[in-house]
Design a protein around this ligand. Structure first.
Ligand code: NDP
Length: 432
């Protein structure tokens, strides 16, 4: 806190991880001697840069760009870019820090990084988004590379933005390489990458239920958000027989007792780039509520898929009072520390984001493998690998939790399992 004043999201993420690592540090005094935790919380490199661009009216706009290259002990930096007006260094650092452990849990050779900008793509024309992306990449290109740092999408960065960023990278460097993931299918993208975070979230939720002799079939599910992760979490949950009854955006939430009509949501969000409230114009039996409140809906399974700190202690207590069985996080750190404590205290089946949403980055790593081989795998092949990875993550986090006398505590399990591989790699590589 003294070294990084004002970075409240980063302090929150680091506090949670460092607290759960205490028993590991006790067991491994060599980590302390090597100042491992002190090194772990300090990014290897942190970039901040100016992004000037010209809007459709001819006005010059100036945004800030960030890339935090946090930890490369087990592979090149890997993690998304977020374009949202709330972006600041504290948010990028929390995301980059979480990414270190998440990427380790995938079992694939990827380090942790994150980046983005306070640019808001909402309401901008395609031309403006392109102008911004080209300017952003004109600085970023010198810091990234297929073996150095490989960004991807996140909030506000989808296929359109990745395409513009990739085009500019190629134009400047004259290299056709796997420098970004989430690319379009005509230029090196992987089948199932778009679906991967949401699908992976549901695969691991199903695995957790299976371990408790239960299934998703017939469960009532509430999903927050209506972006990439929320849409494909809904799709997979529906395919597995669950009934998803709610979705949201930053303005409000919809409730559809009969189950969400996902084709309609895709039309609104992916084609029209509209707002979730437009849903009730077509589905007139569904309800739209302005503002927060999605967690007041009674459900069996809650899948927060919007953004950090969207679910606080009161929301957690409401969900528990209404009988929630399982909570799994598609978003990064959607639950506050207080909410997390409520879930753990009340023995709710709960998987934190760094384990539950790791399917996205895992499939990005599979995209890098395909690019390196100059091959494309089928949807089924990628999807099958994704399922295997999520089942393996569940196994790792439950084994680590049990090994440290906290069976079922997957916050502890995910942090410890993710940490150990990175820590051992850092020890082997000396004081760097
Ligand atoms: P999108 O931009 O596609 O969607 C984001 C959704 O969250 C939108 O519905 C958005 O609503 C809502 N949202 C964003 N900010 C806020 C806010 N401050 N308050 C309320 N709602 C908000 O992003 P993704 O679906 O890709 O990302 C969602 C979450 O999943 C993020 O936490 C991201 O870090 C995480 N994640 C994403 C991965 C991926 O592969 N895409 C991988 C792993 C994690 P609105 O339109 O109103 O802004």
């Amino acid at each position: 806190i003294r070294k990084n004043p004002g970075e409240k999201e980063f302090h929150q993420a680091a506090t949670e991880v460092l607290t759960t690592l205490e028993p590991v540090i006790e067991k491994n005094p060599q980590f302390q001697k090597a100042a491992l935790l002190e090194r772990l919380v300090e990014p290897e490199r942190q970039l901040k840069f100016r992004v000037p661009w010209v809007d459709d009216k001819g006005n010059v706009q100036v945004n800030v760009g960030y890339r935090v290259e946090f930890n490369s002990a087990i592979g090149p930096y890997k993690g998304g870019l977020r374009f949202h007006p709330s972006v600041n260094i504290g948010i990028i650092k929390f995301l980059g820090f979480e990414q270190i452990f998440k990427n380790s849990l995938t079992g694939l050779p990827i380090g942790g990084g994150k980046g983005g900008s306070d640019f808001d793509p909402k309401g901008k024309s395609d031309n403006e988004v392109m102008a911004f992306c080209q300017s952003f990449m004109t600085e970023l290109y010198r810091h990234i590379g297929a073996d150095t740092d490989v960004p991807a999408g996140d909030i506000g960065v989808g296929g359109r933005e990745i395409g513009y960023l990739y085009g500019q990278y190629k134009r400047i460097t004259n290299r056709y390489e796997s420098v970004l993931t989430g690319k379009g299918l005509t230029y090196g993208g992987s089948l199932a990458r778009k679906e991967a975070t949401g699908y992976g979230l549901v695969y691991i939720t199903a695995e957790m239920l299976r371990a408790h002799n239960d299934t998703l079939a017939g469960k009532k599910v509430v999903v927050s958000g209506s972006g990439n992760v929320a849409i494909y979490a809904t799709e997979k949950a529906q395919q597995l027989g669950a009934k998803v009854v709610a979705l949201s955006d930053s303005n409000g939430w919809i409730y559809d007792e009969e189950g969400i009509d996902l084709a309609l949501v895709k039309e609104i969000k992916e084609v029209r780039r509209g707002r979730i409230k437009e849903y009730v114009q077509t589905r007139t039996n569904a309800e739209y509520h302005e503002g927060k409140g999605i967690w007041t809906i009674p459900c069996d399974v809650a899948l927060p898929c919007a953004t950090q700190n969207e679910l606080n202690g009161d929301d957690a207590r409401t969900l528990i009072k209404n009988g929630v069985l399982a909570v799994a996080e598609g978003a990064n750190m959607p639950s506050t520390l207080e909410a997390t404590e409520e879930f753990l205290k009340n023995k709710i089946m709960y998987i934190p984001g760094k384990a539950a949403n790791a399917g996205g980055v895992a499939t990005s790593a599979l995209e890098m493998s395909q690019n390196a081989q100059r091959l494309s795998w089928s949807f089924e092949e990628v999807d099958q690998k994704l399922q295997g990875i999520m089942v393996n993550i569940y196994r790792q986090i439950s084994e680590a939790a049990a090994a440290y006398d906290a069976p079922g505590n997957f916050v502890l399990g995910a942090n410890i399992a993710g940490f150990l591989k990175v820590a051992n790699a850092m020890m082997d590589q000396g004081i760097v």
